[in-house]
Design a protein around this ligand. Structure first.
Ligand code: HSE
Length: 371
């Protein structure tokens, strides 16, 4: 059985990964050892069988002997350890959640329901670095890659509504702390039916402006507000998160140069916990009837699901509240836009910790274990 090192299993993505691996019985097919930068010697997580105590994630010589290393430890760890391990003779497969290696020519961005043939081809060519994609990009492709496969997509504009989890565990806590602070600040006005709505609005406004509002992580109020910039600036006014939309989607699909399909939009952080949503405008190359578009999406993979463009279904099924913790990637509001019959509008929601982070990693491991 292949020996698999799992590094960074206590963080948010790592915890979801281990949970999913237990649920899918992945540990029946490999010999896992857990590695941590801070918990060496501690008990390994409960996975339904005995495993060695947690080992030190900085131990190059030990790690280099593994067949597979899965890292959820973050970009700094990858930057330091990946080259060190390869130098130390690590010949195994490196599966990574961090973005560090994504755009390297020698690495493949993994999203097997979308690019399994590219992954298989890379394995046969001896590629050994496999990296999970940006969450918004992976979720967008899970929803609409069927349209790409048909060759119908000319370009995509995606306006995102990204959850706090994408910024990290501390940010999720801060969002809830902000909600509590606002709720507690406004409670005296909210609980008194005699006080008017403008007074309630003023109480919330004062809470948002207060020095006491917790904002060490986001720097600004997210609860009862939003933040229309994610990550660092790159070129031409784009944020890095927006830049990833084009470069990563095309890399996942294996499209280069003149074949690249433009993807761009504005990425926005909102007060959802762990589901990213996206409003899509898809420019089609031809006027495909709506029922054909619906059927193509529905058949593209087992997780993409078309939600009827009706209010009750949309409100019940197409929300972060409904989708959180599930592998479904529903897409709804599908309709031809006023701009013309080749402009398709849609709205999609997906759990960014599952298809957006952990799921492609554990599925890649299974592909490697089946070799
Ligand atoms: N960069 C994403 C975000 C999360 O900030 O929401 C990880 O892909």
């Amino acid at each position: 059985m292949k020996r698999v090192a799992i590094v960074g299993f206590r963080g948010m993505v790592g915890s979801v990964l281990v949970e999913r691996m237990v649920a899918e019985r992945d540990f029946d097919h490999c010999e896992p050892v857990f590695f941590s930068t801070s918990q060496t010697g501690a008990k390994a997580p409960a996975i339904g069988r005995d495993v060695a105590p947690v080992a030190g994630a900085g131990d190059v010589d030990t790690l280099a002997k593994f067949d597979v290393i899965i890292s959820c430890q973050g970009g700094d760890y990858t930057t330091e350890m990946h080259p060190a391990l390869r130098r130390a003779g690590f010949k195994g497969v490196w599966i990574d959640a961090a973005s560090t290696l994504r755009m390297n020519d020698a690495a493949v961005i993994i999203l097997d329901p979308v690019n399994r043939s590219l992954i298989d081809d890379a394995i046969h060519r001896g590629v050994r670095d496999f990296v999970g994609g940006n969450c918004t990009v992976s979720l967008m492709l899970m929803a609409i890659h069927g349209l790409y496969q048909k060759g119908w997509v000319e370009w995509v504009s995606t306006m995102t509504y990204q959850a706090a989890s994408g910024a990290g565990a501390k940010n999720m806590r801060e969002l809830v702390a902000q909600m509590r602070f606002i709720g507690q600040s406004a409670a005296p006005v909210l609980d008194d039916p005699a006080r008017g709505i403008l007074e309630l609005d003023r109480a919330v406004g004062q809470a948002l402006a207060s020095e006491k509002l917790p904002k060490d992580e986001f720097g600004f109020p997210l609860a009862a507000s939003l933040l229309a910039y994610i990550d660092k600036p790159v070129e031409a006014g784009q944020s890095r998160e927006e830049w990833k939309g084009h470069v990563e989607s095309n890399k996942i699909l294996g499209l280069r140069g003149a074949d690249e399909i433009p993807v761009d939009g504005i990425c926005v952080r909102i007060g959802a916990m762990r589901c990213h949503s996206q409003g899509l405008t898809i420019k089609l190359k031809k006027d495909v009837p709506l029922d054909e578009l619906d059927a193509t999406i529905a058949e593209s993979n087992p997780w993409a699901r078309v939600v009827k463009n009706e209010k009750p279904a949309t409100l019940a099924e197409l929300t972060p509240a409904a989708i959180s913790g599930t592998l479904e990637v529903p897409i709804g509001r599908l309709r031809k836009l006023k701009m013309g019959p080749t402009y398709l509008g849609g709205f999609t929601v997906g759990d960014q910790l599952l298809w957006g982070a952990a799921e492609p990693l554990r599925r890649m491991l299974r592909i490697v274990l089946e070799q």
